[in-house]
Design a protein around this ligand. Sequence first.
Ligand code: AMP
Length: 329
Amino acid sequence: MHIYSKEIELKIKEYKKTTKAIFSLVEKYDKVAIFTHLSPDFDAFGSQFGLGVYLRDHYPEKDIKIIGQSLPLYNGELYPEMDEVKDEWFNDDFLAIIVDTATLDRVSDNRYEKANHLIKIDHHPNVDPYGDICFVDVTSVAVAEMIAVMLLADGRTISKDVASYLFSGIVGDSGRFKYASTTSLTFGIAEILTSLGIDLNYIYNRLYIQNLDDLRCIGYILNNFKITKNGFAYYVMDEATLQELNITAERAKENVNVFADIRGIKVWAAITERTDTNEWRVSIRSAGIPINEFAQKWRGGGHVQASGASLLNREEIDVFVKEMDEYIG
Ligand code: AMP
C-alpha cells in the first residue's frame, strides 16, 4: 500500500470509477487498439505507449496494437516502433481507445470506426464528446498525467518503461513543467514516475535532440520572421523553403517557441505549407491571451495557450495575420 499526497489521493479517488469502467471494457476484449491524433507529439506517444505497454504487461494474452504515424527521430529511440496493422486485423471484435484527440476527424487512422466499443481519453475542451466512455479532464496538463493517475488507481505494477513514456508525455505537454496548466499534481505525478527508476538524462536527450537542419531552420526563422504592431510574431515557410532547408513541415513548426519569453511578443505562430493536404497549417502559441477560440474560427482549436489552425491560401494568411493583430491589440 503506497502513501501518496492528499492531492494525488483525491485525484485517484476522482478517477477510480472511470478507471474501473475502462479496465472492465479492456477485459472483455482479446484485441485492443490504441489510436491518437495526426502529427503526434510527445503526449500522444507517451500516452499511447504508457497505456499500451501497461496493458501488454498485465494482459500478455491480449493482442494490443499501438497505431499511428511514426516520427523517425522518436520511434525506435525514445518509443518503440508503431505497429503496422493489416486491415484484416480489424475484422474481429476489438476495443478502440483514442488518446489526446478532441475530435474524431483528427484521429490519424480511421480504422477505429470498426471497433465494437470506443473510449476517449483526453484533456482538450470536450467539443466532440465521442465514445462509449468519454473520459475528459481539461484540468490535466497532459493525457499522460491522466493515464498515470489511472494506473495508480488501477494499482498494478508500473514498469520503468511505462513510467518513462508517461513522463515524456507530461514533459512534452507541460513544456518542461513551464506552461500554465502545470500544477502541483503534475510535480507529484512526476515524482512518482521518477521514483520508478526512469533515466531523466536519457529521456531529455532524446526528447529535445535536433539535427543540423533544425539549426539552419532556426537561422531562417530568425532572419525572416515578421512581427505586427500589437506583438504577433510569425514565420511562413512554403514548400520550396522547406525543401531548401531539407526539413519537414512538422519539424519546421516545432521551432515556433523561439519566440517564447521575448518581451513584446504576445502571440506567435509557425505557418507551414502542407502540399499533401493542400493547406497552410498554423501552430499558434500564446504568453497569456487565450487563442483557442480564435483558432476555432480558422478550422482549428486546441488549448488556451497552444492551438492549431488551417488556412487555405496566401490571401487567407494575410487576413489571419491582420485579424490576429486586431484581436490581441
Ligand atoms: P500544434 O500547433 O499542431 O502543435 O497543435 C497545438 C495544439 O492544438 C494541440 O493540442 C493540438 O491538438 C491542437 N490542434 C492543432 N490543430 C488543430 C485542429 N485543426 N483542430 C483542433 N485542434 C487542433
